[in-house]
Design a protein around this ligand. Structure first.
Ligand code: MNH
Length: 462
């Protein structure tokens, strides 16, 4: 966008830019603070580059127009190219492998496919409750983000790739997770140093990052080799990647592209869902009246069926609203970038050249008082009842991004998370630590830091 009309922080340093008072480990939370000071569109300068952020509902709705704007692969997403290459999430719009992989893999998220994953999701959730039962019996608090990460990694690995990481059989995170967290953290850190100096300033970190990437590659190559030896799974994502030809062109994914897709889906398929579940459990523990209502719904809809069926998950309307409201306040992929496809004027006000881009700051879009009211900071799942949703303008709730490049795993994530919240609400009462204050860890994604809960087993009805 044309910059001079866009506000920026008042005190800028030469060369360094808007770095006063910022926390290099929390770039998102700094941007949220700037957003509150500077309004619906603003810019931050870092080492000579200007980055435009927007969050006002009118601007966000206009930049969602797919005829004039598209996904921009920049900043954190671009920094992940060495990890995920031309995989679905990091591919440039013009790369042919995007359309090819999209067409081949999207049917892996159809309703029929999802129904097939349901039993496996239940089986993984069973391992979580097994662990939580033991922790509860021993009088220990559970590590919410840690255990949600075990759950969501096992779920995507099992449903998508027929693979078992054995996360619940270990105390510490699986080395795949440690390597993944390393690469996400590194990709975020790259944004906080001048590009030409990165090799110097981040030399040690760059070496560790290369080792992390090698670990991810190695894990994936083993997994693919095992599948090739066993000669095919049951039509899961990995089968699609390896066997399925494009319905029209007959083209297949190359071996190198498969490697990037497997990494992409193992990472994108669990990290953000883990955060979403963790925030939802945080809010449920903090709002016993909401938890009671959600639990009553689970009891009513599921009764005492041992294993809820696929259709019984979608019927948990209120639990789903709890999840939506958690994703409103803390969308776990907290920004996405959009670029102009041609010279255009954003919202009738900001001229943009072809290729110019801006970041949509979702947590602020989701708190715009003009859309969500003066109490936008308050947790209230009723904002997502059908009537309230109909009354809201389009493009005001965007936790899964927008347009052709929006999240392909959305239904997968929502089904998994609603199912697991239902199972946990039915089984436990959640007891928060009264001294816990929400703190957010950032590694491109967001997570509640150090969240632990105590559990009580419910006696009825299960
Ligand atoms: Mn997901 C793209 C958020 C769960 C796989 N995802 C996106 C984008 C957002 C997003 C935002 C768009 C990013 C951008 O515009 O640059 N995703 C989420 C959230 C959750 C989530 C908040 C859980 C909650 N995502 C999942 C799951 C999977 C998945 C589960 C896979 C099983 N996501 C993807 C892939 C893309 C994506 C793949 C890239 C799609 C594309 O560009 O074609």
């Amino acid at each position: 966008p044309e910059l001079h009309r866009i506000p920026h922080p008042p005190r800028r340093l030469p060369l360094l830019g808007d770095v006063l008072g910022v926390d290099r480990r929390r770039p998102l939370q700094d941007s949220l603070r700037f957003a509150r000071q500077l309004g619906p569109i603003f810019r931050r300068r870092a080492f000579g580059n200007e980055f435009v952020f927007l969050w006002g509902a009118r601007l966000a709705a206009d930049i969602a127009d797919e005829s004039r704007f598209a996904k921009h692969v920049g900043l954190g997403v671009a920094n992940l190219r060495p990890v995920a290459g031309d995989g679905l999430f990091t591919a440039y719009n013009h790369e042919p492998n995007w359309q090819l992989a999209h067409d081949v893999l999207a049917p892996g998220f159809s309703r029929e496919a999802m129904e097939g994953y349901h039993r496996m999701m239940l089986a993984v959730a069973d391992r979580l409750t097994g662990r939580w039962d033991r922790e509860q019996a021993a009088g220990r608090a559970v590590d919410v983000p840690g255990d949600m990460t075990k759950l969501t990694l096992e779920t995507i690995a099992r449903t998508g790739f027929g693979h078992d990481f054995g996360s619940f059989e270990r105390e510490r995170p699986h080395p795949f997770v440690t390597a993944m967290v390393g690469t996400l953290t590194y990709a975020q850190r790259l944004n906080t140093v001048p590009v030409p100096l990165a090799p110097l300033l981040l030399r040690g970190a760059a070496r560790r990052n290369a080792a992390d990437i090698a670990h991810l590659d190695g894990t994936v190559d083993d997994l693919v080799a095992a599948r090739r030896r066993s000669g095919g799974g049951d039509g899961d994502l990995l089968d699609r990647m390896l066997e399925t030809a494009h319905p029209e062109t007959g083209e297949r994914l190359s071996a190198e592209n498969v490697r990037k897709q497997v990494i992409t889906f193992l990472v994108a398929g669990h990290e953000t869902t883990s955060g979403a579940l963790s925030f939802a459990l945080y809010y449920l523990a903090r709002h016993p009246e909401v938890a009671a209502r959600a639990r009553a719904e689970v009891d009513r809809v599921w009764g005492d069926t041992a294993e809820p069926g696929y259709d019984q998950v979608a019927r948990l309307r209120y639990v789903r609203r709890v999840l939506d409201e958690s994703l409103r306040l803390w969308p776990t992929a907290p920004a996405f970038a959009r670029e102009a496809r041609q010279d255009t004027v954003l919202a009738g006000e900001h001229p943009m050249r072809r290729g110019a881009w801006a970041l949509v700051l979702t947590p602020m879009l989701h708190r715009d008082p003009e859309v969500w009211g003066e109490d936008a900071e308050r947790f209230d799942p009723d904002r997502f009842d059908a009537k309230a949703v109909r009354a809201r303008p389009a493009h005001t709730f965007k936790p899964f991004g927008t347009g052709a490049r929006a999240c392909v795993g959305r239904q997968f994530a929502l089904h998994e998370a609603t199912l697991v919240l239902g199972l946990l609400l039915r089984r436990y009462e959640l007891r928060p630590d009264p001294d816990y204050r929400l703190r957010i860890t950032e590694r491109l994604t967001v997570m509640p830091e150090g969240l632990r809960l105590r559990l009580e087993r419910r006696t009825a009805p299960s």
